[in-house]
Structure formats: structure tokens, C-alpha cells
Design a binder for this molecule. Structure first.
Ligand SMILES: [Zn+2]
Length: 346
């Protein structure tokens, strides 16, 4: 099969489309999916650069997100059959540890992500456990089905499970270009919150507005914390979604209301941040980490997809042979929404 593979660590320059043997069904609960489209995540850049503690078997197939058609299924599989259109939850957990038994799959010590710890989705075929599959809504095109899972699941867990965002609360979301941020805008709207979004690009802010953001701030021209204070009558926002890290952390804290919650799922600009502990306890803030999502959360976002809510924004679609171009766009931060790779021509 054709696949986008990493032949060594060292960045996206090490990616190449090549022919490799297709994966085979291994366990009775496994499903072989013929991928129609896959989508990129920032994780793929980190994987290409080489993640500490990760041992690769080259050629390593990259990609966490994908959607396609069931080709074959193991004997124990009951919920999907060959020919079904499916989207893939990229997180694979052990199903036996205390965290899995409690339904908190991303906390599983044996947690694996497609394209990181196991072969990824930017290939003609991938094998995943049955429980990682969900039906694609009939009206949803392959590009959006492929782009759906990781960003939407991550944003859902951040806002709903971790930050417990409530109606009438205000939320600040940094960086309108990323798939997670745009999913967060839509989720915050569904929850009935007031949504404030930042970007340095007017075009990206326009997309956020179209998705339901109440207020947009150009963070290249504006002191975000000052503006947030002004917009909230000096009170601050109850929740901040920050996956930027070093560059925005202190501003994020300055935006928080008393009892505010800062939730993070990433550190694009660097992992080491400064927090004034005196303010943390005095204002009784919470700093919340979040990553990926559980099977229950995945079922919930899949239902919302079927209700026509929360469909992802696709920035662009390129054929598999041009996948490295999509990586360049991701690395430059030029995208608004998800970068999709068409693996199989329709
Ligand atoms: Zn587990």
C-alpha cells in the first residue's frame, strides 16, 4: 500500500510517500479500514521531529486522524461490517486498568495514539480496535470526517469534562487558526457561553465569527488581558483555553476571573511558564491539563456530528503525493482549520 512514512527522525523533511506492506488483522476485535482521507495535527510535527521516549520502527506511518471504509473485521466484531463508512478515534487504551475501567481512557498508562505509538492513518490501510470506530454521518464529506476526531475530542474534553464550562460564563480561546480552537469555539457556543477568540489574522477571526464567536481580538495589535478586562467589566473570564504555552500563559492568567479555570492541551511556543502562586491562591484559580478524550466523550461528539453540529472547518485538501506541502503549511501556522490528505481518490 501507499503510505506517508517517516524514514528517520529530524522533522517533516524525513517524510516520504512509499509502498509498504499493508497491515494485517491481528486480534479478534480488530478492524481493517481502507482510508479515504486523513488529517494532520500538530502532534504529527512533534512525531516527525522525534519525541523523547518514543521508539520508532522505520518506516513509521504517520497520522492520527482518518476516515474510511471498513474492509475486513475480526470474528468478535459486531458493531461494524465491511462497507461501513467510519471515522477513527485516534486513542487506543488497554481496557483493563483502573483508568480504563473508570471510563477515563486518556489516563491509561498504556495509552497509544495512532501515528505516534502505532502505525498511523496517512496510508491506504490501518488496523484499529472496533471500539475506536464510529459511523460517519451520511451527509458528511470524507474530508470533514477525517478532520473530525482528534481536534473535536480534545476540545470537548477540555471545555466540558475538565473546565466544566457553563451557560452564561465567558471563555477566552487563543489562536483561531487551529482545529482545536475552532472546535472549542463551536462547543462553547453549544454550551451557551460567551466566546472571545484571538488571532493575529483578520481572516482567521472572520472564520471564528462565522462559527459563533461573540468577540474577536487581534492579539498582534491588542493587549489581550486589558481588552478582556474591558469586555467583561473588569471581572475577567471564567475559562481560558490556552494551548500556546510560554508566549500566552501570563496573559491567560491575567484574563481569569476569581475562581477562573485555565485549561491547556498543548505548549506550541514552549513548555516552561511562570505562575505567580500568590495570585493563584488568592483568586482561587484552577489550572487544568487535558489531553485527547474517552470513548464516552467520543460517542458524544459523534452524536453531535450526526445532529449536524460541530462539523470541523477544513482549511485545504491535498492528494497523498503532496502531503509534505500540507506539513509545510502546518509548520508555518498558515492554516485555518484542518489540513486534509486525500488518500484514496473518490
Ligand atoms: Zn488502561
Amino acid at each position: 500500500m501507499k503510505a506517508l512514512t517517516l524514514t528517520a527522525v529530524g522533522g517533516p523533511e524525513q517524510l516520504a510517500v512509499q509502498e509498504i506492506p499493508p497491515p494485517r488483522l491481528e486480534g479478534p476485535d480488530q478492524v481493517l479500514v481502507r482510508i479515504q482521507a486523513a488529517a494532520l495535527n500538530r502532534l504529527d510535527l512533534f512525531v516527525a521531529g522525534g519525541l523523547p521516549g518514543l521508539s520508532y520502527r522505520f518506516p513509521h506511518v504517520v497520522g492520527a486522524d482518518g476516515a474510511g471504509v471498513v474492509e475486513a473485521a475480526g470474528p468478535d466484531v459486531t458493531t461494524v461490517k465491511p462497507g461501513d463508512r467510519v471515522m477513527i478515534n485516534p486513542g487506543v487504551s488497554c481496557q483493563a486498568c483502573e483508568w480504563c475501567l473508570a471510563g477515563d481512557h486518556p489516563l491509561c498508562p498504556a495509552y497509544q495514539v495512532l501515528g505516534e505509538h502505532r502505525p498511523g492513518t496517512i496510508a491506504e490501510y490501518v488496523v484499529v480496535p472496533e471500539r475506536n470506530l464510529a459511523p460517519v454521518p451520511e451527509a458528511m464529506p470524507w474530508a470533514q470526517a477525517a478532520a473530525y476526531s482528534m481536534a473535536t475530542l480534545t476540545a470537548w474534553r477540555m471545555l466540558v469534562t475538565r473546565a466544566a464550562l457553563r451557560p452564561a460564563e465567558s471563555v477566552l480561546i487563543w489562536g483561531a487558526g487551529s482545529g482545536v480552537s475552532l472546535a472549542a469555539v463551536q462547543i462553547a457556543r453549544l454550551l451557551g457561553a460567551r466566546v472571545i477568540v484571538t488571532s493575529s489574522s483578520a481572516a482567521k477571526l472572520a472564520v471564528a465569527t462565522r462559527l459563533g464567536a461573540d468577540v474577536t481580538i487581534n492579539h498582534a495589535e491588542t493587549d489581550v488581558a486589558k481588552e478582556v478586562r474591558r469586555l467583561t467589566g473588569r471581572r475577567g473570564v471564567e475559562v481560558v483555553v490556552d494551548s500556546v504555552g510560554e508566549k500566552t500563559w501570563e496573559q491567560s492568567l491575567r484574563c481569569l476571573a476569581r475562581l477562573g479555570r485555565l485549561v491547556t492541551c498543548g505548549a506550541t511556543t514552549g513548555p516552561f511558564v511562570v505562575t505567580d502562586v500568590r495570585k493563584l491562591f488568592w483568586y482561587q484559580w484552577s489550572i487544568l491539563g487535558s489531553t485527547m478524550g474517552s470513548h464516552g466523550e467520543y460517542r458524544r461528539i459523534n452524536e453531535l456530528a450526526h445532529e449536524g453540529k460541530l462539523w470541523p472547518v477544513v482549511d485545504s485538501v491535498v492528494p497523498l503525493d503532496e502531503a509534505p506541502r500540507a506539513f509545510e503549511r502546518l509548520q508555518a501556522g498558515a492554516q485555518t482549520g484542518k489540513l486534509v490528505i486525500e488518500v484514496t481518490r473518490e
